[in-house]
Ligand binder design. Structure first.
Ligand SMILES: NC(=O)c1ccc[n+]([C@@H]2O[C@H](COP(=O)([O-])OP(=O)(O)OC[C@H]3O[C@@H](n4cnc5c(N)ncnc54)[C@H](OP(=O)(O)O)[C@@H]3O)[C@@H](O)[C@H]2O)c1
Length: 286
């Protein structure tokens, strides 16, 4: 059997070590990382993946796109796809900063607890890769989603990007302090914190007696955690009458899902694994 080769194209200057380790654990025999990849310097890299193997062996070559900038990752995915034609293509996965796999694990675990349709959800600091994808997946489940940023224009820009890419409407909102967080949470049933590592976005006092909140999920595993009064290991734990998920609590599914996606890439040469494909796999795994 041909070796399973994964070409890891990163929009950041250095390819992610995390993604390299998970790629090996997901079944890639060799992972070749390229940093600083842009639509402008991409073509020879893609050409090397599509013109080198016979039709029967093409599925053993795949592309993984990563990096800390979601918009740059999305542009790269489009540019990769433009280089494909006929059966001259390989399977591709987009997971900028763990965006799709992390958000899919978080949302699938929440959706397993109770239906999300009609619920009001707030994604705190949702302008990063994980928050943006969590917004897409929550909307897909029928939740009404508010996405916050410290700056209103960043929240608006993020929501416009999600609308353009996925056709769903998120409500932008500025939240820069605890009073703003309290306003955002009025009438909310679910809060998902996707802020930068080591930043507390919501204190325990702000949620423990909240009259409508039912579930909380935090992506940040670096103390202080994004939501105070929770533990990073929480996995459907009841606290103050609400269900909580910490970053490691949902992170084990994230890792399992990420490895599963890598294995899936080598099943055929025509897959594009982005938000909804990865979310469907997460739902099947919970
Ligand atoms: N559990 C897992 O397996 C896993 C995997 C990947 C990532 N993560 C974690 O998931 C979280 C989200 O990841 P990401 O890559 O999407 O995050 P990110 O891009 O680093 O940050 C998300 C947002 O946080 C806000 N922010 C930055 N500094 C802040 C500060 N000092 N105070 C308040 N808000 C601040 C920014 O929003 P504005 O500037 O718009 O306010 C930023 O867009 C991170 O904590 C990351 O470590 C977890």
């Amino acid at each position: 059997m041909a070796k399973k080769l994964l070409f890891h194209l990163d929009t950041d200057p250095m390819p992610s070590v995390f993604d390299t380790v998970v790629a090996h654990d997901g079944g890639a025999d060799h992972v070749h990382g390229y940093g600083g990849v842009t639509p402008e310097n991409l073509t020879p890299l893609v050409a090397g993946t599509i013109f080198t193997r016979s039709p029967k062996d093409k599925r053993y070559t795949a592309i993984f796109i990563s990096g800390s900038n979601m918009a740059a990752g999305e542009k790269l995915l489009k540019a990769v796809s433009k280089n494909f034609f006929s059966n001259f293509r390989v399977s591709v996965m987009l997971d900028s900063n763990g965006s799709n796999t992390t958000a899919a694990a978080m949302v699938a675990l929440l959706a397993k607890q109770k239906p999300l349709a009609g619920k009001r959800a707030v994604i705190l600091a949702g302008t990063g890769p994980v928050g943006l994808r969590a917004g897409v997946m929550m909307s897909h489940e029928g939740a009404k989603v508010t996405l916050t940023s410290r700056k209103l224009d960043r929240a608006q820009e993020a929501c416009a990007g999600v609308k353009e890419g996925f056709g769903v409407d998120l409500t932008p909102m500025a939240v820069s302090d605890s009073a703003g967080a309290a306003r955002a949470l009025e009438g909310a049933h679910i809060v998902i914190a996707t802020g930068a590592a080591g930043v507390e976005l919501l204190a325990e006092e702000a949620w423990k007696d909240h009259p409508t909140l039912e579930m909380l999920s935090d992506a940040n595993a670096t103390p202080p955690l994004g939501i105070g009064g929770m533990d990073m290991m929480d996995k459907g734990k009841e606290r103050h009458g609400k269900i909580t998920f910490g970053a490691i609590g949902s992170g084990s599914l994230k890792l399992e899902l990420h490895r599963h996606c890598i294995a899936q890439l080598f099943e055929s040469n025509d897959q594009v694994l982005d938000a909804m494909e990865i979310y469907a796999m997460a739902k099947a795994m919970v």
